[in-house]
Design a protein around this ligand. Structure first.
Ligand SMILES: [Cu+2]
Length: 355
């Protein structure tokens, strides 16, 4: 009801305004003036507004930076995050002076060269020098930024090597939540298949694959040891999600039918970060950064960064998928039904339909 009233009053307001303009128009016609012709007075008034607008515009930008600056992320909690932050700062150093300068020129010219019937415009059709300058300078600056960015990107997405002794974690996204899986002692994930998802087997783990028996599946929160590389593998069950760990400057799409990866080394423990942010409630967090459906906002998981010893203690408490000598508790499947987890026909169709 309130919405309807708002719409009706907006429409009536527009009609009233149109009528008012008509009245003013008729009144000026009665005075023998042409209301759509700009007078010198109009031009001067518009020109004077230009510097006023410039000052108000810059003042509002400064106000927003001061008022909302506190919502920016704290210092990066991962090694590569510092590179990302540097890339961001470099971009700002390049962009900000150009932004200030071009806006000052824009409004200055609009003020200085407001219409004057006694002035004749200069005819200036072309300058090779100018064309070269404004093509080459942005090209060089952008190329440097892009190369810098590509290099950073390659470092993040290159798989961890054996010597890195990286923690292997799979993050599995579904509508609407996350499941983390640790690779276990063999440092290999067992096969999983979307067709095997049933009851408690939310990951569709294939119980006949012995590599998966020591995998550890955790929900609600997952732990990372500080100063040790972490190799993340991402999968999605249904639609495209995006694993977003803002404090580590990490984000990667989770796509049904394929695996994606991201690696980083956490450098600040959760308790240290509580001190840095002076917030006892602080927790690192994993979020979904793709609007993937109605309960998208609900897709979050806490991340605890702690010392290697604390991490090992926590990991030891987590249950393995199947005890090594145990009999499979999950539905048996015929070998021909087991397809590699990274690409199954059903998942392929899901990706295809999205594309
Ligand atoms: Cu999602």
């Amino acid at each position: 009801m309130l919405d309807l009233l708002i719409i009706v009053s907006v429409v009536l307001g527009i009609i009233a305004l149109a009528q008012l303009i008509k009245v003013l128009d008729l009144a000026s016609q009665a005075r023998g003036e042409n209301s759509w012709e700009n007078t010198d007075k109009d031009n001067k008034a518009q020109a004077r507004l230009m510097p006023v607008f410039l000052v108000v515009y810059f003042a509002s930008i400064i106000y927003q930076m001061v008022a909302w600056g506190k919502y920016l992320l704290p210092v990066s909690a991962s090694a590569h995050g510092e590179t990302i932050d540097n890339l961001m700062i470099t971009s700002w150093i390049v962009i900000f002076p150009v932004f200030i300068l071009t806006h000052i020129l824009l409004f200055y010219f609009a003020w200085k060269y407001s219409y004057d019937k006694n002035r004749k415009a200069e005819f200036f059709p072309h300058s090779n020098k100018l064309e070269l300058l404004w093509t080459i300078v942005p090209t060089v600056v952008l190329s440097i930024l892009i190369l810098y960015g590509l290099n950073t990107w390659n470092n993040i997405t290159t798989p961890a090597s054996e010597e890195d002794d990286a923690v292997l974690i799979e993050l599995y996204a579904y509508q609407f939540g996350w499941i983390a899986r640790y690779a276990g002692e063999d440092r290999e994930f067992g096969d999983a298949n979307v067709r095997l998802i049933e009851g408690v087997n939310a990951l569709g783990m294939d119980s006949t694959d012995s590599r998966g028996w020591d995998d550890k599946i955790v929900r609600a929160e997952f732990h990372l040891p500080v100063n040790r590389p972490v190799q993340f593998i991402f999968r999605a069950q249904d639609v495209i999600h995006s694993a977003y760990m803002p404090h580590f400057r990490a984000q990667m799409n989770c796509v049904p039918g394929m695996t994606t990866r991201f690696g980083y080394t956490p450098t600040i423990t959760t308790s240290e970060m509580k001190g840095i942010t002076q917030n006892d409630e602080f927790n690192y967090i994993l979020l979904c950064n793709k609007i993937c459906g109605a309960a998208h906002y609900n897709m979050q998981m806490d991340i605890i960064v702690e010392s290697e010893a604390e991490y090992e203690t926590w990991l030891a408490e987590q249950k393995v998928f199947l005890p090594m000598d145990g009999t499979p508790k999950v539905k048996e499947v015929a070998p021909e039904e087991v397809v590699d987890s990274t690409f199954t026909e059903a998942e392929e169709m899901t990706t295809a339909s999205i594309n």
